[in-house]
Design a protein around this ligand. Structure first.
Ligand code: ZN
Length: 173
């Protein structure tokens, strides 16, 4: 956000009602959770940057600003392709990666993972999205749960295609 716009935003807080302040608090907490996810993804992409461009593999990537979620964006010198730590993961294109991570953690780490219905209720997102996320995570579930988080974040393209196919199949029935 631009500095001036942010200053205006801050100065508008005095006019809020107690109820609006509570809503603002919730929005801030959601944003904080989203921001927490970013460093892990950045670290992963930083490692991969030394391996070269994912599209042409011809050149090294250099830093190229930040994405809307605040993650480092990279750009290939040769073909101009841009990517972030999210590219090529099931989280790419997900607007609420924090909720996705919540679901991953629940499915991998909770003693009693949520049922599908419970997940819809807890995450507060659509039933279809919840189902797609669950399918994607199930595809990635390793035999043992240890180190599962790195498996999710590091998922490859093939696994993504699998989960898309699975969600299409679900739509059909
Ligand atoms: Zn390239």
């Amino acid at each position: 956000m631009h500095k001036t716009a942010f200053a205006e935003l801050l100065s508008s807080f005095w006019a809020l009602t107690p109820q609006q302040l509570a809503q603002l608090g919730t929005a801030v907490r959601n944003s904080e959770r989203r921001v927490e996810v970013v460093p892990a993804l950045d670290a992963r992409c930083g490692e991969e940057a030394s391996r070269g461009c994912p599209r042409c593999a011809l050149s090294k990537r250099c830093r190229w600003g930040h994405t809307r979620t605040g993650a480092q964006r990279w750009r290939c010198d040769y073909c101009g392709a841009t990517c972030s730590g999210l590219t090529g993961t099931p989280i790419a294109g997900i607007r609420r990666p924090d909720l996705y991570i919540d679901l991953v953690r629940n499915m991998m780490e909770a003693e009693k993972p949520w049922s599908y219905r419970k997940a819809v209720e807890k995450l507060g997102i659509s039933r279809h999205t919840t189902w797609r996320w669950r399918m994607a995570i199930i595809r990635l579930l390793p035999g043992e749960r240890t180190g599962a988080m790195s498996g999710i974040v590091g998922a490859d393209e093939g696994q993504q295609r699998e989960s898309r196919k699975a969600s299409r199949e679900w739509v059909r029935y």
